[in-house]
Write a protein that binds this ligand. Structure first.
Ligand code: AMP
Length: 217
C-alpha cells in the first residue's frame, strides 16, 4: 500500500480518516504527537523537555521529532505502508523528510489534502463531542454524527466530553498556525505531483470512499 501523508486544517477530518483507513487496511499509524507523548511517558530528561514544550503549545525541536520518526520508520511493520499524521508540520520538516526517506529507503507515496471551507470547520470544531469511554466522535451540527440522546455516546452509551481547545478562540489560533506553517506544504507537494485533494465537507463516509479511489489508482 502507498504511504500517506494527510494535510488538513484543524477539524477537517484527518483523525477520522486515519481511523477509518486503519479499520480497513493494514496501515501503520504514525502520529508524531503520539511518539512524543510516548517519550514523555518514559519520564527521562528528554521526556521532561518535550513535555514543557507541548504544555506551552509550541512545536518540539525538529531534531527530536526527526529522531522519533526515523526510529519508527525502522520498524519493518511500516513496509506494508503507513499513514503520517501530524508530520510534516512546516516546509523545513517537509524538506528534511525527503532526506529521511532516502536514508530509510522508503517512498513518499501520496499526499491527501482534506479540503473544506473555514465556516464548516467552525461548526465541526465547536460542535464536536468525543466519548470518554470509546473515543467515538459526535457532532451536534451534523445529522450523521449527532448524539441521539444529548451528552450520551451513540455507540457505547458513555458520557460525551468536549476538548478544551475546541472553542472558537482556540480554533482561530490553530487555524492561523495551519495557514502560516502547514498550508505552504500544499504547493510543495503539488510541484512534486503527489498531491490529491479530497472534498471532506461531504461527510466521513464520502471522504473515505474518495481516499480509497485514490489509493486504488
Ligand atoms: P498532535 O497530537 O499532533 O496535536 O501534537 C501534540 C504536540 O506535539 C504539538 O502541539 C507539538 O508540541 C508536538 N508535535 C507533534 N508533531 C510535531 C511536529 N511534526 N513538529 C513539532 N512538534 C510536534
Amino acid at each position: 500500500m502507498k504511504n500517506l501523508i494527510l494535510i488538513a486544517a484543524p477539524g477537517a477530518g484527518k483523525g477520522t480518516l486515519s481511523k477509518d483507513l486503519l479499520s480497513k487496511y493494514d496501515y501503520v499509524h504514525i502520529s508524531t504527537g503520539d511518539l512524543l507523548r510516548e517519550q514523555v511517558a518514559k519520564g527521562d530528561e528528554l521526556g521532561r523537555e518535550i513535555q514543557k514544550v507541548q504544555e506551552a503549545g509550541g512545536l518540539v525541536s525538529n531534531e527530536i521529532v526527526y529522531k522519533a520518526l526515523e526510529n519508527k520508520l525502522s520498524d519493518p511493520a511500516c513496509d506494508n505502508g503507513y499513514i503520517l499524521d501530524g508530520f510534516p508540520r512546516n516546509l523545513e520538516q517537509a524538506k528534511e523528510y525527503d532526506n529521511i526517506l532516502k536514508r530509510s529507503k522508503r517512498d513518499l507515496g501520496m499526499v491527501l489534502l482534506l479540503d473544506i471551507p473555514k465556516e464548516e470547520l467552525i461548526e465541526r470544531i465547536t460542535g464536536r463531542f468525543t466519548c470518554k469511554d470509546c473515543g467515538e466522535i459526535h457532532n451536534i451540527y451534523n445529522d450523521e454524527l449527532k448524539p441521539v440522546k444529548e451528552g450520551i455516546c451513540n455507540k457505547c452509551g458513555g458520557v460525551l466530553t468536549q476538548r478544551s481547545d475546541d472553542n472558537l478562540e482556540s480554533f482561530e489560533k490553530r487555524y492561523q498556525t495551519y495557514l502560516e506553517n502547514t498550508a505552504p506544504l500544499i504547493d510543495f507537494y503539488k510541484e512534486k505531483g503527489v498531491l490529491y485533494t479530497i472534498d471532506s465537507s461531504k461527510g466521513h463516509i464520502n471522504t473515505l470512499m474518495e481516499a480509497e479511489e485514490l489509493l486504488n489508482k
